[in-house]
Write a protein that binds this ligand. Structure first.
Ligand SMILES: *Cc1c(COP(=O)(O)O)cnc(C)c1O
Length: 408
């Protein structure tokens, strides 16, 4: 439930994190000594760029011309009539170049890398979406690009590997451990330690050590700022509720951020419930996770009794990670952002429903938000407004869904 004992004045969306990167007890810097200077330099360079109107106007121009901003705010008539409750709007991040919101952050960080004089970029990727966005911006700015990807993910997402290579990126397979995202991040951090002078690490979500959670959030803030202006123009008022899926949490925090001071707007993040809430079968960090440190960041983490990182599962690779961004953990404690989860089977059903009723094939990640939103819309009145962030398009997922439906 929304707590009302926190006065609105305590929420200044740009006041956090503090200079050490803390969101209350979460966030901070937990990296090897060899990376401390790199993170301090990056923080200084980013804060300077953030305050520089030339950087901001450059970024705005590239977001418009290369990425395709602003994205639309679309009234989903089919889904609204199907539910018979609140008006459902979709924020169309799925229409962006390379297929998801990730290009907002990749563009911002690539511009920053150029500003810092870095010639080489590294990134990690799970499903390949962040890798593709990074490969695209590196091609655009003439930066050398190396993407680390687990060997298992490379096999599952071979088309995205091909896309990255087409755009000139070198994709390095990681054979350690589970051969997925977590190991790819470890390998990227190892590369960064070795090549930090000429290399910028474009991290793909609102995670990791300071300044990444702040910087990635800032680069996605445009989602919420646009939504605010668009809904005011369309409806003359703010929405009653906003919903976004949460992997690391970057699309969600970008969507929510401009609305944090508006206590009348309920904000809900939707995690991956996978096959159900049993350890190892899901990636819903707020369902059984607890405070810990993973890959530079103190936050909510799925771990066993000994603090070993738990295996996770989700039908959508983009939500399949054991940690959530520290800012989400902080606002959940305050009761300002609430969390729910959606399971694989509901996601498969809603993926088809949205495609059929709207002519929009949503990413499996984004569909988690839709599952929850459709349930909520039914409970709300027709004069109420619910906005869902459609973080990406489902073209990347159609083969996987076809195979799953054939087996079902
Ligand atoms: C990567 C991805 C996500 C999850 O990442 P966040 O940082 O939680 O936004 C969600 N949706 C899509 C389409 C993605 O590609």
């Amino acid at each position: 439930m929304l707590r009302t004992d926190v006065p609105p004045a305590t929420i200044d969306p740009l006041a956090l994190p503090d200079c050490g990167g803390h969101f209350g007890p979460y966030g901070g810097v937990f990296v090897p000594e060899t990376l401390m200077t790199a993170l301090e330099d990056l923080t200084a360079a980013y804060l300077e760029a953030r305050a520089d109107p030339a950087f901001q106007s450059d970024l705005a121009r590239h977001l418009a011309e290369f990425a395709g901003r602003p994205t639309g705010l679309y009234f989903a008539r089919g889904l609204t009539e199907h539910c018979g409750g609140a008006k459902i709007y979709l924020k169309r991040e799925d229409t962006l170049h390379t297929g998801a919101h990730k290009i907002n952050n990749a563009l911002g960080q690539a511009l920053l890398a150029v500003r810092m004089g870095k010639k080489r970029v590294i990134a990690e990727t799970g499903a390949g979406q962040h890798g593709v966005a990074t490969a695209a911006v590196c091609a655009k700015f003439g930066l050398k690009c190396v993407v680390y990807m687990g060997a298992v993910d490379m096999e599952r997402q071979s088309l995205n590997v091909f896309r990255m290579r087409l755009m000139g990126a070198e994709v390095r397979g990681v054979e350690a451990g589970q051969k997925t995202l977590k190991e790819a991040i470890n390998e990227a951090m190892r590369d960064w330690v070795t090549n930090v002078r000429e290399t910028h690490y474009i991290l793909g979500s609102a995670l990791g050590s300071h300044p990444y959670p702040m910087m990635v959030r800032d680069f996605h803030r445009c989602i919420g700022l646009e939504t605010r202006a668009q809904i005011l123009e369309r409806e003359g008022r703010l929405p009653d509720e906003m919903v976004a899926c949460a992997g690391g949490g970057s699309n969600a925090i970008g969507f929510f951020h401009a609305f944090l001071p508006d206590r009348s707007v309920r904000l809900v993040g939707v995690e991956a419930g996978g096959r159900g809430i049993r350890l190892g079968d899901h990636a819903a960090r707020f369902e059984g996770g607890r405070l810990g440190i993973l890959q530079g960041c103190k936050t909510f983490i799925l771990q066993n009794a000994d603090g070993q990182i738990e295996l996770t599962h989700s039908v959508s690779a983009g939500l399949d990670y054991a940690a959530i961004g520290p800012e989400h953990a902080y606002y959940r404690d305050l009761g300002r952002i609430e969390f729910a989860y959606a399971c694989d089977d509901e996601v498969l059903e809603t993926f088809q429903l949205c495609s059929r009723l709207e002519g929009i094939i949503p990413a499996l990640e984004s569909t988690h938000g839709l599952v929850y939103a459709l349930k909520r819309a039914r409970e709300m009145r027709p004069d109420q407004i619910l906005v869902v962030n459609l973080s990406g398009r489902g073209d990347k997922d159609v083969q996987q869904v076809e195979a799953m439906l054939r087996r079902a």
